[in-house]
Design a protein. Sequence first.
Length: 59
Amino acid sequence: MITLVGYNETREEGIQDQWQITNAHSLRNRDPALYGLLTNTEYNFPKTAPDGSYGDLSQ
């Protein structure tokens, strides 16, 4: 999922020995079925990676 939302694009060099699929295009080419599942709007998967901003925690 983090590859699909673009998180791995900036980590390509650090993860290349573990994970070669670093963007949505390479995921779609490597595993079309998984890409189809993760992009199926019926399941409402996230479209962006978390950024650590979760609002005002004092509420």
